[in-house]
Design a protein around this ligand. Structure first.
Ligand code: CU
Length: 119
């Protein structure tokens, strides 16, 4: 049945078009959120990498027994510092400048995290 071939070829193309593509609109890993929570517990930041949209805010909450902070010495627009966070303390910082900020706890330098500010 040679006449069926063009129709089959077209539907195969349509199917390929629907199934392909790298964009997944439902994915939460694309871009960042407007408000992100970072927990400090067991001498660690969770999540290690916080993704926030430009203009959004990140709140660090210390749920550990020890005193911690989150600070960086460099970044797209200077340093940030939550200052000292005692058990139960929280600090909210707003990020306007897109880019990646690597930060650490000044009392425990092995505690590191990252902030990714997306457009
Ligand atoms: Cu610490």
């Amino acid at each position: 049945m040679p006449r069926l071939l063009p129709a089959l070829a077209v539907s195969a193309l349509v199917l390929a078009g629907c199934g392909g593509g790298d964009e997944r609109s439902g994915s939460s890993s694309a871009g960042g959120s407007d408000a992100v929570e970072v927990k400090i517990a067991s001498f660690d930041f969770m999540p290690k990498t916080a993704k926030v949209k430009a203009g959004g805010a990140i709140t660090w909450t210390n749920e550990d027994k020890a005193l911690h902070n989150a600070q960086t010495d460099n970044g797209p627009k200077g340093a940030f510092n939550t200052k000292d966070l005692k058990t139960g303390d929280a600090k909210k910082l707003t990020f306007d400048e897109p880019g990646t900020y690597s930060y650490y706890c000044v009392y425990h330098r092995f505690m590191t995290g990252k902030v990714e500010v997306t457009r």
